[in-house]
Design a protein around this ligand. Structure first.
Ligand code: ADP
Length: 430
C-alpha cells in the first residue's frame, strides 16, 4: 500500500558513543540520512547523504566519534541514548579477530584450521540476533567471511521461520533488505518452537553442524579461519536449556556469549566445565534498546518473513507464480508424529507412532491448505530426514477428488524436487 510520506524532518547531533533509537511501525514510512560524520546501524556503515528506509524496523544509529543524522517521517518512538553495551561488544569482536588471525596462520598450507565458533544465547528479545549481526558485520568489515548460522526457528533472519540455516557473510547486512542470502544452506524443521519436536531439532542441528564442518575443511584458509556466528532461540529453561547445550556440543562452540541472564551464565559455566572444558563463556549486558515484542507482534513478524520470501521487498520485488500439480507428481511428507495426541488417547501398543523421526506420507487433504511446505533436495524418501531443502511453496488449494494441489512458489517453473515436507507453519497470505 503506497503511503503518503510524512514531511516531518528531525535532525540529531550525536556525540561519540551515543545512539539514536527508532521504533518504526509498518504503516508509516521513515527514513534516516547521515548528514555528517560516521555512523552505523547494527554494524553496517551508513553512506553519507543517502536516505535509507527503516520503515517497520526497530533500529539504532550508533556513532563511535559523533555524527549528524536526520530522520524523515514519524517513528513511534525516537530518542538518544548515552549508555550502550557497544564497547563491550566491540571488545568481543576484537578477541574473535585475534583468534581468526591465529587460525589463519595455523591453517596456511594445511587445510582445516578453523576459526572461532561463537554462539549467542539468552532470553527472547535480549538482542541476540542484533549482537550476531553486529559481530558478523564487524568481521566482514575487517576482511573476514564468517558463516552466520540461524537456529532461531521462531523468527529466522535468513529465510522463512521454522528453519535451521546458514549463510556465508560476504558483505555487511543491508539495512533495508536484511541478510541477502543467495544460496543459504537450509534444513526445514517446520515448527516455530523447538519444543514441538526436540529430537528432530537435535538431529537437524547435528546435520547442519556436520555439513558446515566438512565445508570448512574444504574452504580456503581465510574462510575457514573466519569461523561461525550462531544465533539461537530464546527458550533457555528446562528442555530449552538442554537443547542449547546440545547446540554448543554439536557445533563445538569455542565461545558462548550469554546475554542478560546471570542464572543462565552460571548454570552453563557449571555444566560446560565437564562436557566442554575448553569453551569460553562470557556474560554480556543487554542493550537498553532491545525491545520486547508481544505474541501478536512475533506472529506478525513471522507472517512478514513468509510474505517476503514469496513477494520480495519493496526494493527487490519477486513475481510469485501459482501452478496446479497432480498429487502423483509429488509427495508430501511429515517428519514426526504430527499434531500431538495425549498418550492416553492412543490405543495400547501404538507407542511407536510417537517416533519423533518417523516419516509419514500424507495424501492430499484440506489440512494442507495455506501450509508452508519445504521442497526437499532428497532424491528418495528415505533421504528426507537427512537432506537440506531447496526452497518453499505455499498450498493455495487442494482438490481431493481430482487429486491435485495448487501451490504458489516464488518463481515460475518446475519445482526443484518432488518431495515436499509439511510442518505446522501456515500463512494466511493471499
Ligand atoms: P532476540 O534475537 O534476542 O530476540 P533482537 O536482536 O531481535 O532480540 O532484538 C529485539 C528487537 O529490538 C529487534 O526488533 C531489534 O531490532 C531491536 N533492537 C535491538 N537492539 C536495539 C537498539 N540498540 N536500539 C533499538 N532497537 C534495538
Amino acid at each position: 500500500v503506497a503511503q503518503e510520506a510524512s514531511n516531518t524532518n528531525t535532525c540529531f547531533n550525536l556525540t561519540a558513543r551515543q545512539e539514536l533509537r527508532l521504533e518504526c511501525s509498518n504503516g508509516r514510512p521513515v527514513s534516516i540520512r547521515l548528514e555528517e560524520g560516521i555512523a552505523e546501524v547494527f554494524g553496517t556503515e551508513l553512506n553519507r547523504g543517502r536516505a535509507v528506509s527503516v520503515t517497520g524496523q526497530k533500529v539504532a544509529v550508533f556513532t563511535w566519534f559523533g555524527c549528524r543524522v536526520s530522520v524523515q517521517g514519524e517513528p513511534t518512538v525516537m530518542y538518544v541514548a548515552d549508555e550502550t553495551p557497544m564497547a563491550s561488544y566491540l571488545n568481543v569482536h576484537q578477541t574473535l579477530d585475534q583468534r581468526r588471525e591465529e587460525a589463519k596462520r595455523a591453517g596456511q598450507g594445511s587445510a582445516g584450521s578453523n576459526g572461532p565458533v561463537v554462539v549467542v544465547v539468552g532470553p527472547t528479545d535480549s538482542g541476540k540476533s542484533t549482537l550476531c549481526r553486529l559481530l558478523g558485520n564487524w568481521a566482514v568489515r575487517s576482511g573476514w567471511q564468517p558463516t552466520f548460522v540461524d537456529l532461531d526457528v521462531g523468527q529466522g533472519t535468513i529465510t522463512v521461520p521454522g528453519c535451521l540455516s546458514a549463510v556465508p557473510l560476504e558483505q555487511p547486512v543491508d539495512i533495508e533488505e536484511g541478510f541477502i542470502a543467495d544460496l543459504p544452506l537450509v534444513f526445514f524443521f517446520g515448527h516455530n518452537s523447538p519444543g514441538e519436536n526436540p529430537a528432530l531439532f537435535k538431529s537437524l542441528a547435528d546435520k547442519l553442524a556436520a555439513l558446515l564442518q566438512r565445508r570448512a575443511a574444504a574452504a580456503d584458509p581465510r574462510v575457514a579461519a573466519s569461523g561461525l556466528i550462531i544465533n539461537t532461540f530464546g527458550w533457555v529453561d528446562g528442555l530449552g536449556y538442554e537443547l542449547q547445550k546440545h547446540i554448543i556440543q554439536a557445533f563445538q562452540c569455542d565461545v558462548v556469549l550469554v546475554v542478560e541472564q546471570d542464572r543462565l551464565y552460571a548454570t552453563l559455566q557449571q555444566d560446560l566445565k565437564v562436557t566442554c572444558p575448553r569453551t569460553n563463556i562470557l556474560k554480556l549486558a543487554k542493550s537498553g534498546g532491545a525491545v520486547k515484542r508481544e505474541g501478536d507482534e512475533r506472529r506478525g513478524a513471522r507472517e512478514q518473513r513468509i510474505r517476503e520470501y514469496f513477494y520480495g521487498t519493496a526494493r527487490t520485488p519477486l513475481q510469485p507464480a501459482t501452478q496446479t500439480i497432480r498429487a502423483t507428481d509429488l509427495a508430501v511428507y511429515r517428519m514426526g508424529t504430527g499434531p500431538r495426541a495425549p498418550s492416553t488417547t492412543l490405543p495400547v501398543g501404538s507407542a511407536s507412532l510417537a517416533d519423533p523421526l518417523r516419516l509419514q506420507n500424507l495424501p492430499p487433504s484440506l489440512e494442507q491448505l495455506q501450509c508452508l511446505l519445504a521442497v526437499s533436495h532428497a532424491a528418495t524418501p528415505d533421504q528426507i530426514l537427512n537432506a537440506n531443502v531447496a526452497g518453499f511453496v505455499l498450498v493455495k488449494d487442494v482438490d481431493t477428488a481430482r487429486g491435485t494441489l495448487t501451490i504458489t512458489a516464488p518463481a515460475p517453473g518446475p519445482l526443484p524436487g518432488r518431495y515436499l515436507i509439511m510442518g505446522s507453519l501456515r500463512s494466511s497470505m493471499e
